[in-house]
Design a binder for this molecule. Structure first.
Ligand code: FMN
Length: 332
């Protein structure tokens, strides 16, 4: 139903209809259907698979997951079954998955990304492909997602290889400017953006004086990163995505419906949840129910009416421009 007492949560992500904006994030819910044992996937917008690499990977040695203040650290190291096993064993199960499935791609060379993205593009079960660009490019040592030049070079090869599926680019918050990175992704042909991946972090055991995660550094996620992620979504929406008509999946520390609502007001079309699933895998359903009540309380018919609708304070520069226009109308 689509009135202010029974509002619709249905949303459209770059041409893919989602029944609601809540998405399970890459790496937090296995390949496709494992999480279906504890969570009714038919009540969610979409699920993103674990990132898949060309070859199987064992990942980093333990410890590779740790509690952290207001979140968690992980250095899983992209442990996954590799492309062939994924296509043979996991992807067919996606057919039974009662929601949209998005395939996540990772690699350490442009050629890896192209091969995996092309294989995903050939599968009708994956209407969208998410590029996890937080992986080192072995050729130049840079992380694709930390540098707009490397990201452009990656998309110049991957974009033409993806002809059927929508291409989503997942951005890293560790770049010096996430807005420049988003602009590079949009110029490179991204159909949508996911913001954000984890923050590079370090926890030290003060007794042994060694890192608490075997890898050394790790990715920080969870509620502690949420306000920063909201600010990044807001910046990218205002500077790049809104004018380009490219939707954003807001991701980072969503535990409650209010966190998801903040992302929508900041400019996100959909909202991902990762760390929350380690706390309670049913939290996404609570978020969906909370969003339903919120949209009704805001007297909206459709959740889309609230996208980007945060009312920010006017800056001093805006006030100056407005008063100059009033005093000198001939200049405007
Ligand atoms: C254990 C774990 C594994 C992850 N694996 C992946 C992955 O394979 N690919 C990816 O793009 N992001 C991965 N992420 C990052 C999440 O998808 C998400 O971007 C990040 O955790 C921030 O969201 P959150 O605070 O809701 O967890 C992983 C996160 C965690 C906690």
């Amino acid at each position: 139903m689509d009135d202010a007492t029974h509002p619709s949560l249905a949303t459209n992500l770059c041409g893919i209809p989602l029944r609601n904006p809540v998405i399970l994030a890459a790496g937090a819910c296995g390949y496709v259907d494992e999480i279906g044992d504890v969570l009714d996937l038919s009540r969610l917008g979409a699920v993103v698979t674990k990132s898949i690499t060309l070859e199987p990977r064992e990942g980093n040695r333990p410890w590779r997951i740790l509690d952290a203040p207001a979140g968690m650290l992980n250095a899983i190291g992209l442990a996954n079954m590799g492309l062939d096993a994924f296509l043979r064993e996991a992807l067919p199960r996606a057919a039974a998955c009662p929601t949209v499935v998005i395939g996540s791609v990772a690699g350490n060379s442009i050629a890896d990304y192209v091969k995996i993205a092309s294989a995903f593009d050939a599968s009708p079960r994956l209407p969208a492909i998410e590029l996890n660009v937080s992986c080192p490019n072995t050729a130049d040592g840079l992380i694709f997602g930390d540098d707009p030049v490397s990201l452009r070079a990656l998309l110049a090869e991957v974009r033409p290889a993806v002809t059927r599926s929508k291409l989503i680019v997942k951005l890293s918050p560790n770049a010096s400017s996430i807005v420049k990175l988003a602009a590079a992704a949009v110029e490179g042909g991204a159909d949508a953006l996911t913001l954000i991946n984890t923050f590079t972090a370090l926890a030290i055991d003060v007794h042994t004086r060694r890192p608490r995660i075997a890898n050394g550094t790790a990715g920080y996620s969870g509620p502690g990163i949420h306000p920063i992620a909201v600010r990044m979504v807001h910046d990218v929406y205002r500077s790049v995505a809104c004018d380009a008509g490219v939707p954003i999946i807001g991701l980072g520390g969503v535990m409650r419906w209010e966190d998801a609502a903040e992302f929508l007001l900041a400019g996100a079309t959909a909202v991902g949840m990762g760390t929350a699933l380690f706390v309670d895998p049913r939290l996404p359903l609570k978020v969906v129910r909370g969003l339903e009540r919120w949209v009704a309380a805001q007297r909206c018919r459709n959740i889309g009416e609230l996208i980007g609708r945060v009312e920010m304070p006017r800056t001093a520069a805006m006030v100056r421009r407005e008063s100059s226009a009033l005093n000198h109308p001939e200049k405007t």
